[in-house]
Write a protein that binds this ligand. Structure first.
Ligand SMILES: [Zn+2]
Length: 558
């Protein structure tokens, strides 16, 4: 791809020269902000007509013209896409980017590794960028199932393998919220100095019996962290997202920290967890958009913390880069495992409705969705019209939801957030939902998310691969009856997610007046011959633009 400055056509040059005072106009400084013209692309706008255009003009932080050639001025920077595929910046409508940013050590995402060797190369590449002695970590978001191709048995790397790949840095790899984990020799020495048991093969036991050794290891690493580290971690998480074409995250918080050894990778201290993000935002340093739901889990039926939030904060507030949206993915009094309509949940949910806030609840088990939707219906019916209908409450994950309950939720004005990457790395024939096809056919608002980065990868292309093929990381077709075509699937990660942010007029598609967020892809997602199903997983962004700013890649390297 080439970029051209000052690309005046002869006609416009002649027109300018013919004007009195033309010399002064040419010397005048260009207006601040972007003036970018992308030409010769296959630009999939994902608008209502599914238009594909060859050019798009960005002025400031918005799309100014889509299709047609507005003609560059002397201030326009022209980027020749040379036939590349462009899509709207992807929106992840439910993830945990804040938690990822707070991880101790230098985080490495292992979700794309498809062998132990590839995982080791990814770790070594990170280590090569850092002074010896810095911690290299990967906590959550990956699974042994994709680290060993079949017929091999899924496993983690060993101490010897980690030593060989990363000899000069301590390494810590942990699965999910609470392990198990593995370390190398340098890490083993550190953990043993803190009385944490490490096996001869580097293994550190995990599990939900707390405190387990891997949770203690995590705490020991967190104790090393500074505020600067948290800002750097947050930026690193966003850089990785931008490399995948992701431009917006709807964060769903973390479990409120208890201050006990039971706190795992998904716990955060609500009083300080957002400080790094806020500092970056104030400095104009965010490179992705972030929307926030606040997660509440208290058991007191009077839900004092939630009440204080609703009385003293403002929903749907902030700016285009960082906004508070609502309450989620828990409202009150719920366990992360099985959702029950406790008095705290019922009361908290009612308070959220009365305050007119957005609400999102996570539904995982075969009964959660019934508990939640029936409860929402009770509250809706007790309120004056229009009840909760305008509030766009969202059921998240919903692997087992039935058409009957989809229709009930639709009547309540709700939507369903579905995920793919989680099933990709750990799905089975029995654990294979959500039923994508049924949900899309029902007409209810449906949008996609990763639910990364504890149990699930962030990479949206892994999730899209699962939606399109129904196959997990082991290559087993586990959801073949509920797949979607590629265009419909990508719509769930772009235009359809505008509704979930309550910003469908501003984000999700490439249309005049919307935020100038897009990704230039390294291969054509829409062409099944050029990009066979398996290669969907390999798609990366060559150039990612957020609000007219290039946040990943270089135009001259396209
Ligand atoms: Zn979640």
């Amino acid at each position: 791809m080439k970029r051209r400055h000052l690309a005046l056509s002869f006609a416009s040059l002649a027109a300018i020269l013919a004007l009195p005072g033309a010399a002064r106009a040419q010397d005048a400084p260009c207006a601040p902000g972007a003036d970018l013209l992308l030409v010769n692309g296959r630009i999939h706008t994902m608008d209502a007509d599914a238009r594909v255009v060859s050019s798009v003009h960005i002025l400031g932080d918005r799309f100014a013209a889509v299709g047609g050639d507005p003609g560059p001025t002397r201030c326009t920077e022209v980027i020749d896409l040379e036939g590349r595929t462009v899509v709207p910046g992807l929106i992840d409508n439910h993830n945990h980017i804040v938690l990822l940013g707070l991880r101790p050590g230098h985080d490495v995402r292992l979700e794309n590794a498809r062998s132990i060797e590839a995982a080791l190369e990814t770790l070594a590449a990170k280590a090569a960028q850092l002074p010896p002695g810095e911690w290299i970590t990967s906590i959550g978001g990956f699974d042994p199932s994709h680290l060993v191709p079949p017929p091999g048995e899924p496993r983690l790397p060993t101490l010897d393998e980690l030593d060989r790949a990363v000899p000069d840095h301590p390494v810590y790899l942990q699965i999910s919220f609470a392990g198990p984990a593995v370390t190398n020799s340098a890490g083993k020495a550190f953990f043993e100095s803190r009385d944490i048991d490490v096996g001869a093969d580097g293994s550190i036991a995990g599990g939900f019996e707390t405190p387990n050794p891997s949770t203690r290891a995590l705490h020991a690493l967190r104790a090393l962290q500074t505020f600067e580290d948290r800002m750097r971690g947050t930026l690193d998480a966003m850089r990785y997202a931008a490399s995948l074409g992701l431009t917006t995250h709807f964060d769903q918080g973390g479990f409120p920290a208890t201050g006990t050894p039971a706190d795992g990778a998904a716990h955060l201290d609500p009083s300080s967890a957002y400080d790094a993000l806020l500092r970056l935002h104030r400095g104009g340093r965010l490179i992705n958009r972030v929307r926030l739901n606040f997660l509440h889990m208290e058991d007191d039926p009077a839900t004092p913390a939630l009440r204080a939030r609703l009385e003293n904060a403002f929903p749907e507030s902030g700016d285009d880069m960082l906004r508070v949206v609502g309450i989620g993915e828990f409202t009150a009094g719920s366990s992360p495992i099985v959702m029950t309509a406790t008095p705290a949940w019922e009361n908290g949910t009612r308070l959220v409705a009365e305050a007119g806030w957005r609400n999102e609840n996570h539904s995982l088990t075969p009964t959660d969705f019934q508990t939640i939707i029936d409860g929402w219906q009770r509250i809706h019916e007790s309120l004056p019209e229009p009840g909760i209908r305008p509030l766009r409450w969202v059921l998240a994950h919903a692997p087992f939801i039935t058409r009957e309950y989809v229709d009930k939720l639709r009547a309540l004005g709700g939507g369903v957030s579905v995920l793919g990457g989680w099933r990709y790395i750990s799905g089975t024939a029995e654990q294979n939902g959500p039923p994508f096809r049924m949900l899309v056919d029902s007409g209810i608002p449906v949008g996609m998310s990763s639910d990364g980065m504890q149990i699930s990868p962030m990479n949206p292309w892994l999730g899209l691969y699962y939606v399109v093929t129904g196959k997990n990381a082991r290559g087993e077709a586990i959801n073949a009856e509920q797949t979607l075509d590629r265009r419909t699937a990508l719509r769930l990660y772009t235009a359809a997610n505008g509704w979930f942010l309550n910003e469908e007029d501003a984000i999700g598609s490439i249309e005049p007046g919307k935020y100038a967020d897009l990704a230039v892809l390294d291969r054509d997602y829409f062409d099944e011959r050029a990009t066979p199903d398996d290669d969907i997983k390999r798609i990366r962004s060559l150039l990612t633009i957020v609000g007219g700013r290039i946040v990943h890649g270089r135009p001259d390297a396209l």
